[in-house]
Write a protein that binds this ligand. Structure first.
Ligand code: ADP
Ligand code: MG
Length: 349
């Protein structure tokens, strides 16, 4: 395993990264001025065909770091690049694995913008976030890119009506992205990832991205990464992508709402905040409480339908409200784990 020399990370413009003109145009239209450190390191390595193991903090811009080289490869296949067009296998070219359905939608949005602004709308990127998404899949007219949670992809590939798709993956996939790898494993997707790995060509180029690199990742690393280049971006590098701060305050149970009121009403926390509470009910109560004082917020929990959850994230990202109150409901999480076991894999998120 080699390590990317940090001097090679100094590309300060997207023009220096070796990107297709259509993607450069899209990046400009989206309004990105300069690559973040993870993008400056990861894009050229991925374009050179290397397997990459990238560790960079949340908010450092990992999505573009893999979406750009992945789409470049897909575009070059579309153009008939890489030799005689007869040698190009039709089929799914790239698979992106993410831990939740919300992330499927988010990554899908990023890729569609890159393709749309670049004038390459003919490239098909699909998510497997909802059952309708899966229904639009056909082994005869496969998409260029699939974005899915590991369990959903495994389920769709092995389910009736799509049996052919799994086999086709072995003929056509050139790029695999394992995004938020630490979360994927902590959500218990290890078996699904291994099953998908077995259905991909051995020579697939793999980009594995994670906020942390723990021993848990060893199994996935050894399964997918061949002679990878490691890119390691320290916490400071996150600033260009937004940066994240964590506050810690000890208080009694009874005073928690009062503290929230003081912090938010008096604007003690600048920027946007993500508040995690430990039950769905508590999340709604906090929202109603803050509302009484004119502090608006959104809620995000697994009892809401996907469309509402997606809207909550969209509105938060667009700044329609500055506070998002999120819950991982333990009972539902446990229930879903059982469902996954019974069904041999269920929905993520
Ligand atoms: P990560 O996956 O590392 O947590 P994301 O890919 O979700 O981070 O990006 C975090 C935010 O930073 C997004 O809102 C994204 O649009 C923004 N971003 C990413 N790259 C750039 C860039 N080069 N310039 C400005 N903003 C960027
Ligand atoms: Mg990410």
């Amino acid at each position: 395993m080699s390590k990317a020399a940090s001097s090679s990370a100094s590309s300060s413009s997207f023009e220096q990264l070796g990107l297709d003109l259509r993607l450069l145009k899209a990046v400009r239209k989206i309004g990105l001025e300069a690559p973040t450190p993870i993008q400056a390191e990861c894009v050229p390595l991925a374009l050179a065909g290397k397997d990459v193991l990238a560790r960079a903090p949340t908010g450092s811009g990992k999505t573009y770091a893999y979406a750009l080289p992945l789409l470049q490869k897909v575009l070059s296949r579309h153009d008939g690049g890489g030799g005689a067009s007869s040698s190009i296998e039709p089929g799914v070219g790239a698979v992106v694995l993410v831990p939740t359905r919300e992330l499927c939608q988010q990554v899908h949005g990023v890729m569609r913008k890159l393709l749309g602004h670049g004038g390459a709308a003919g490239v098909r990127v699909v998510t497997l976030a909802t059952p309708t998404d899966a229904a639009s899949l056909s082994a005869d007219a496969p998409p260029d890119v699939i974005i899915a949670t590991p369990s959903r992809l495994r389920q769709v590939c092995t389910g009736s009506g799509h049996a052919g798709l799994l086999l086709k993956l072995r003929d056509s996939v050139h790029t695999l992205v394992v995004d938020e790898a630490d979360l994927l494993l902590s959500y218990g997707y290890g078996d699904d990832i291994a099953a998908i790995g077995g259905a991909l060509p051995p020579a697939v180029q793999t980009l594995l991205l994670s906020a942390t690199i723990t021993p848990d990742l060893d199994s996935v690393r050894s399964l997918f990464l061949h002679n990878p280049v490691t890119v390691d971006i320290e916490e400071d590098g996150a600033d260009q992508g937004g940066g994240l701060r964590q506050y810690w305050l000890r208080t009694s149970h009874a005073d928690k709402f009062l503290v929230m009121y003081a912090l938010f009403k008096l604007n003690r926390i600048p920027g946007r905040s993500l508040i995690f509470v430990n039950s769905v009910d508590r999340g709604f109560r906090l929202k109603l409480f803050l509302e009484q004082f004119g502090v608006s917020s959104g809620v995000l929990n697994c009892e809401l339908p996907l469309a509402s959850r997606w809207h909550a994230i969209e509105h938060f990202n667009r700044g329609l409200f500055d506070i998002l109150i999120a819950t991982d409901d333990p009972k539902l999480m446990a229930g879903r784990a059982t469902e996954r076991l019974e069904a041999g894999g269920g929905g993520g998120g």
